[in-house]
Write a protein that binds this ligand. Structure first.
Ligand code: BGC
Length: 331
């Protein structure tokens, strides 16, 4: 009996030790539908593997109930750390509390989880993304009359979508107030779906007519939807359209002239950083950060990676030079 107890204790110590030296990371993604998240996943797994860890990946297909279940299943599989890209920043609170009870640290990746005791938030400067988009558009608008723009925001459930809008507002609001810019139509694209963005663009044309100078769109997927509507009206290439993510299709559109710009976010930097922080946390260390952000529950230690404005002029020296896309694949 005593011997059996001793063996059990040894096994417990051994498994805890194995777990710390070769941690297992649970990665819960909102979706894998957009190109960027596939790249985030692949880079994260490669970086984590190089650090001697394994990653269990779950993807929730934009479904909150499913994502909460995903996280709970990762907790019951006893992962050492959780990395979460929430579909809905407010809906993951409960899952984070379960992780806390199980003493599993949580990193919010790219998107913030609200009102929950998370350990780290690793992301890009999302307000800057919106500023970069609006700053691209403004100097290209007509000055001899009030410019007419459409604004297509992202998913209202994604905290980032609000931050992109906030960044755009920082630049556009003074011009709107001064009567230099008029927003002829605006709406939020549910779940960031291109087809929803297309509907918004169709509604904008029906309501405001074809006389539109720019469409400030928050990401490349939804820019694709808006551009489809513009194509059908013979307006593509005549209207400035913004985006974000440097998706392959968006970079092709930039070269073709139907999309003006995108915001390049070096995903490799973020995914590699996240893998390093996850492993450190799993080993009981407290990796340093450069900022904090209050998520309604606490000041969350955070890191904000930088973003880059990309158009036809600098596509070669940014996205291509960085190896994000090959020049041949853009033809
Ligand atoms: C990300 C963007 C992405 C969007 C849709 C946002 O939270 O920051 O890069 O395009 O979600 O997935």
């Amino acid at each position: 009996m005593k011997f059996r107890l001793l063996v059990t204790c040894f096994a417990l110590v051994a498994s805890a030790f194995a777990s710390k030296s070769q941690p297992v990371i649970g990665l819960s993604l909102d979706t894998l539908k957009e190109e960027r998240w596939q790249r985030d996943r692949d880079t994260f797994i490669a970086a984590a593997k190089a650090l001697g860890t394994t990653v269990i990946v779950q993807s929730a297909n934009s479904d909150d109930t499913r994502q909460v279940r995903d996280v709970e299943s990762l907790i019951s599989r006893k992962v050492d750390v959780l990395v979460i890209v929430p579909h809905n920043g407010a809906a993951m609170t409960r899952a984070v509390r379960s992780a806390n009870e199980a003493k599993i640290p949580v990193i919010a990746y790219d998107r913030l989880i609200l009102n929950a005791p998370i350990d780290y938030y690793l992301t890009f400067d999302n307000v800057k993304v919106g500023e970069v988009q609006a700053n691209y558009v403004v100097p290209r608008l007509p000055r001899d009359r009030t410019a007419r723009i459409v604004r297509i925001y992202g998913a209202p459930t994604d905290n980032n979508a609000k931050l992109f809008k906030q960044g755009q507002d920082n630049i556009l609001t003074p011009l709107i107030k001064a009567g230099k810019v008029e927003v002829v139509h605006e709406d939020w694209a549910l779940d960031w779906k291109p087809e929803n963005a297309k509907k918004i663009m169709n509604a904008a044309i029906t309501k405001a007519g074809r006389n539109i100078d720019a469409v400030v769109v928050s990401n490349d997927g939804t820019a694709g939807g808006a551009i489809q509507a513009l194509l059908e009206e013979g307006l593509a290439g005549k209207v400035i359209v913004t985006g974000q993510d440097a998706d392959l299709a968006a970079c092709q559109r930039i070269l073709r002239g139907t999309q003006a710009m995108t915001v390049y976010k070096p995903l490799k930097n973020l995914a590699t950083l996240a893998a390093r922080v996850a492993v450190d946390l799993a080993k009981g260390n407290k990796p340093p950060t450069t900022a904090t952000l209050n998520n309604g529950n606490k000041d969350v230690p955070s890191i904000f990676e930088n973003v880059i404005s990309v158009d036809r002029e600098n596509l070669n020296t940014t996205v291509i030079a960085d190896g994000f896309h090959k020049a041949e694949s853009l033809k």
